[in-house]
Design a protein around this ligand. Sequence first.
Ligand SMILES: [Zn+2]
Length: 172
Amino acid sequence: MLSGLPQTADLYRLAMAGESHAGRVKQSVFKRLVSSSQGAERWVDVSLQFGKEQGVHYLRGSLAGEFVVVCQRCMEPMRLFVDARLSFGFVRNKEEESRLPEQFEPLWVEETETDLLAVIEDELLLAMPMVALHPPAECPVRIESTVVNDEQAESDRATPFSVLAALTRDKH
Ligand SMILES: [Zn+2]
């Protein structure tokens, strides 16, 4: 799935071997992220570097991909570019966690084999906004209100609460 990288792996072994992997993963493998695969298959660019530094086994890397999610204002699909950086230090107990240098986020490695895809999916979920919204100018809800009342739309844009106001309006 990813240049010979298995879905599950012994992360300490990869770190000791100093392995690095780069490739593309189909978005459809992330079941928590992608509810259905409509249209063309989309991908996530994944780059992972394993290694050891200051006595810490680590996983660093980056994830980037364009997802199609539902805008929570107009309920239409929208494109969302997600970009995440990883800097994990592996920990097996509280003591290792407390000693972890601050450039690392702790990644609990409790089993010999870790589900790497789940680690990647967790990071993608964290990198996504809680509520996805089109930029105001691109959202059909905004376009409609601009057509109905240009002046009102202009004043909406001027207030930081215009998004909130639009959301509230939609509930009624
Ligand atoms: Zn929208």
